[in-house]
Each structure stands twice: as C-alpha cells, then as structure tokens.
Design a protein around this ligand. Structure first.
Ligand code: PEP
Length: 260
C-alpha cells in the first residue's frame, strides 16, 4: 500500500500571529480527531515560522506524537558559505525539518529555478536526510500545444533521474499543472490521473516496477474540499499539495479526510 500524503504549501502568506493561530488550530483539531495516522500531513510555512511549526506540530511530552510534519518551501543548492539570504539543507535538518518543496512552478517562473538547480537541491536535501517534494507540471501553452508529456518527462529526467535507486526511492513527486495553480481551475480527475499514470510509467522504465509502485505522486492545483475526494480516488493519485486551501484549517482538514 502506498503512503497517503497531504501537504500544505502556505507560500508567502500570513503574519507571525496568524501563522501561530493556524498552526495551533491545526494541531488541536488533528489531535482531537485522533486520526489513525494513515494520512501523512505536512505543513510547509515560510522559513521564519518553521521552528514554531515544528514545536506546535509535535506533542511536547511525547515527540513520537506528531500532529503534522513540517516542510520548507525552498532550499539553497549550495552547501554553505557566502550566499546571503539563502538557507541550506543542513540548517533545515538541524531544525528537524523533514521535507522540502523543490522546483515549484512559482520558483521556476520568478526565481529562475532550472532543472539543474532542482537536481542540485534534491541531492543536497537527500544528503541531509530531508525528503524532497519535487514539483513538475506544464503551462497552459504547453498543454494546449500538446507538449505536456514532453515537458514533464524533461523536468523529471533532468531533475531526478540521475539519482541512484535508493535515493530515488525516498522522493515524493507532485504533479502541478501551472494553469491550475491558484486559478480555481482544478484539473479533472481524469486529466490528473492520465499524467500521474504517465509519471509512474516513466519511473517504472527507469527504476523498475517495485520502485514505481511505491513512490507517492501528489496532485496540486486549486485542490479544495469539493474536488479532493474524486482526485484522491484515482488509482495513481496518492494525495495532494495544497496551496490556498491549506490556509484555512477547516478546508485543509476536510482535504485530509477526503481519502475513501
Ligand atoms: C501550490 O502552490 O502548490 C498549489 C497547489 O496552489 P493552489 O492550491 O492554491 O492552486
């Protein structure tokens, strides 16, 4: 059975106090629901809130009791040194951060993140024991011109497929069509499933059937409490990377509870 995962990408939202309130509400509600632990919940706030997120997401008396795990939204491709404003994988690891988003389309678009940078970031994260959540996805133009499979294959080949099998087996992949992110236009379950099956097939060709079967593939792009159940019911969709809807505790928890 593959892991089920719901990760919230807060992006550059919320002031400190608002972040504290949301984290607190999430922890309280997730604790109350006494979930069986079958869905891994990950919260990815901005860097300044990571420590608070870790503290509030983990039971003070019992560190094995985790209401949600914590992920960063970015990491430097460099190990350390004169890179003003950057945050390294070693720093994240020293703060118990377990996950990190890499290659989000907003970083590719606004910060010029390339497939090569994605590859370097992924390596640095893995060396520091952090699980990369690697995003891929096509723009509207690329989909309309029928190039979406080619784009996704390039992103995965150049960003990930250089990894040794053991390293690759620790990765999470998120398919996020750019035209669906923050637009309110969710991909249909069939559109998303088609791409997820394509990705799983690429993994199978490169790393074999067993690895392809166990890699979690998340869908991201305007996923909300209304659309999540049908998306998560698809055979190759193992959960979601959630942007806007992760900023409201009620919506985020409904999405977490959307698995059959
Ligand atoms: C995202 O940014 O990863 C995302 C999926 O955003 P939204 O859910 O807001 O479309």
């Amino acid at each position: 059975m593959r892991r089920k995962i719901v990760a919230g990408n807060w992006k550059m939202n919320l002031r400190f106090q608002e972040a504290e309130e949301l984290l607190d509400e999430l922890a309280t509600r997730l604790e109350k629901e006494q979930r069986s632990g079958d869905v891994e919940v990950i919260v990815c706030p901005p860097f300044p809130y990571l420590e608070m997120a870790y503290d509030l997401g983990t039971d003070e008396e019992d560190p094995n009791m985790v209401y949600f795990a914590v992920g960063a939204q970015n990491v430097s491709e460099h190990e350390k040194g004169a890179y003003t404003g950057e945050v390294s994988a070693a720093m994240l690891s020293s703060m118990n951060i377990e996950y990190c988003i890499v290659g989000h389309s907003e970083r590719r678009k606004y910060q010029g993140e390339t497939d090569l940078m994605v590859a370097r970031k992924v390596e640095s994260l893995l060396q520091n024991g952090i699980v990369p959540i690697v995003c891929c996805g096509e723009s509207l133009e690329e989909r309309e011109s029928g190039n979406h499979f080619k784009v996704i294959e390039r992103q995965l080949t150049e960003g990930l497929f250089h990894l040794e099998p053991l390293d690759f087996s620790r990765i999470i992949i998120a398919y996020e069509p750019v035209w669906a992110i923050g637009t309110g236009k969710t991909a249909t379950p069939e559109q998303a499933q088609e791409v997820h099956a394509f990705i799983r097939n690429l993994i199978q060709e490169k790393y074999g059937k067993e690895t392809a079967k166990q890699i979690p593939l998340l869908y991201g792009g305007s996923c909300n409490p209304a659309t999540a159940p049908e998306l998560f019911a698809m055979p190759d969709i193992d959960g979601g990377l959630i942007g806007g809807a992760s900023l409201k505790a009620g919506d985020f928890i409904s999405i977490i509870n959307s698995f059959e």
